[in-house]
Write a protein that binds this ligand. Structure first.
Ligand SMILES: Cc1cc2nc3c(=O)[nH]c(=O)nc-3n(C[C@H](O)[C@H](O)[C@H](O)COP(=O)(O)OP(=O)(O)OC[C@H]3O[C@@H](n4cnc5c(N)ncnc54)[C@H](O)[C@@H]3O)c2cc1C
Length: 371
């Protein structure tokens, strides 16, 4: 069985749903969102104790949409009644958007393979063994399914924090070693501190000591407040690049670039981020440049025409779109790009609405504080 669509959006997370709503706002209907789980699936997999660090607040009426909204007239703070939403709450916000706006979403449908056809359209092989043909493909698969651990000997002895589903299962005796010094490392350490467990963080550098004005490059105020509260439980060690982990009997030994060694009887935790280039879809359709998909200025693949990347993995030079309030600004310009290619007139009122709400930015160089 095969079907056709102009635009296929892969992934029904914040980026996929936000972009789908934007396309629909412009009056465009010939798209489908393909989602391997449920809408907002990644958020439902977060540790239940994890919350969004960027605050949600119902400021929409004053020209400042809720920082975590993916659609101008909505506010997760309003609909979920929380300033720092849990993953489940944010998934619910996305589900409600998809339901109320009647988005075309195919859940439990994984895109297994994408192949360029001679007529320059794409053939998408789906998990139900059907084929979908699309002229334009927007990849919004996030990176949460691809935890990154440094390529060092013995890395398999550690555990990535995304795989910690319950902090209560961690042993309580002795301090916990955490490799990393940014949001996630502190988030884990704070949750352990609440259980009276000390943490030693080891990092080359840390956002906790950064004075960069970009809020995504220094520790968020939310996490920072937790760090201050539990400071006696959390020891940050900078200039500590781990080179290897050896396991001898029940002991883990971390060797650092400065020649020092630290021992622990607990499995070290990696809080070292995520890397979407590990996804076969990304690997096949984009050039990997410094562990990031290489993109044109319109976030299009440099080797697969009409294939675009959406979401936090988009990077241009120093400009990182790692947070919702950043990458949502590209939904409307990208929608314009694809609609113009299809030959559809752009309704300027929609673009203006996104602009008025601070959700329209076409030029990366206009990003303040390096975006
Ligand atoms: C602990 C933590 C805290 C965070 N806090 C914040 C914060 O406070 N503020 C903020 O702005 N950002 C925050 N982020 C980042 C935020 O979660 C991401 O920006 C957001 O999830 C990215 O959205 P996305 O739509 O790109 O990806 P996702 O939300 O991961 O969605 C991708 C979707 O694609 C689906 N998918 C994957 N592969 C396929 C396939 N082959 N076929 C079909 N479907 C597929 C997945 O099931 C998933 O539903 C945080 C992230 C983490 C991990």
């Amino acid at each position: 069985m095969s079907a056709q669509v102009s635009v296929a959006i892969i992934g029904a997370g914040a980026a996929g749903i936000g972009f789908a709503v934007t396309l629909k706002s412009y009056g465009f209907r010939d798209f489908v969102v393909l989602e391997k789980g449920e809408v907002g699936d990644t958020f439902t997999k977060w540790n239940p104790e994890t919350h969004l660090i960027s605050p949600s607040f119902t400021t929409n009426g004053f020209g400042f949409p809720d920082l975590n909204a993916v659609v101008p007239d909505t506010s997760p703070a309003y609909s979920e009644g929380n300033e720092h939403l849990s993953g489940i709450q944010y998934a619910h916000y996305l589900k409600e958007l998809a339901r109320k706006l009647e988005l075309s979403v195919r859940t439990h449908t994984e895109v297994k393979l994408i192949r360029l056809l001679p007529d320059e359209s794409y053939e998408l092989k789906l998990s139900d063994d059907t084929i979908l043909t699309a002229q334009y493909v927007f990849i919004a698969i996030g990176d949460y399914a691809y935890p990154y651990t440094p390529n060092i000997p013995g890395a398999a002895h550690g555990i990535h924090y995304a795989n910690l589903k319950n902090y209560d299962e961690l042993p309580v005796n002795g301090p916990q070693l955490i490799i990393g010094g940014n949001e996630a490392a502190f988030d884990v350490a704070i949750h352990l501190a609440k259980r009276n467990i000390h943490s030693y963080l080891f990092a080359s550098d840390s956002s906790a000591t950064s004075t960069n004005p970009d809020p995504s490059k220094r520790l968020s105020t939310y996490t920072s407040a937790g760090y201050q509260k539990y400071r006696s439980f959390i020891q940050l060690n900078e200039d500590k690049t781990v080179l290897a982990i050896n396991k001898i009997d029940d002991e883990y030994r971390l060797l650092f670039r400065d020649g020092t060694l630290t021992k622990t009887n607990k499995r070290p935790i990696f809080a070292t981020g995520f890397a979407c280039y590990q996804s076969p879809l990304i690997a096949n359709l984009f050039i990997n440049y410094n562990d990031r998909p290489l993109l044109t200025k319109s976030d299009e693949s440099t080797i697969s025409p009409n294939v675009f990347l959406l979401g936090p993995q988009v990077q241009h030079g120093n400009v990182l779109l790692c947070y919702i309030y950043k990458y949502r600004q590209w939904f409307a310009p990208l929608a314009e790009t694809v609609l113009q290619r299809i030959g559809i007139d752009i309704n300027p009122k929609i673009s203006d609405k996104y602009l008025q709400n601070g959700m329209y930015l076409k030029d990366y160089s206009a990003c303040e504080v390096n975006c």
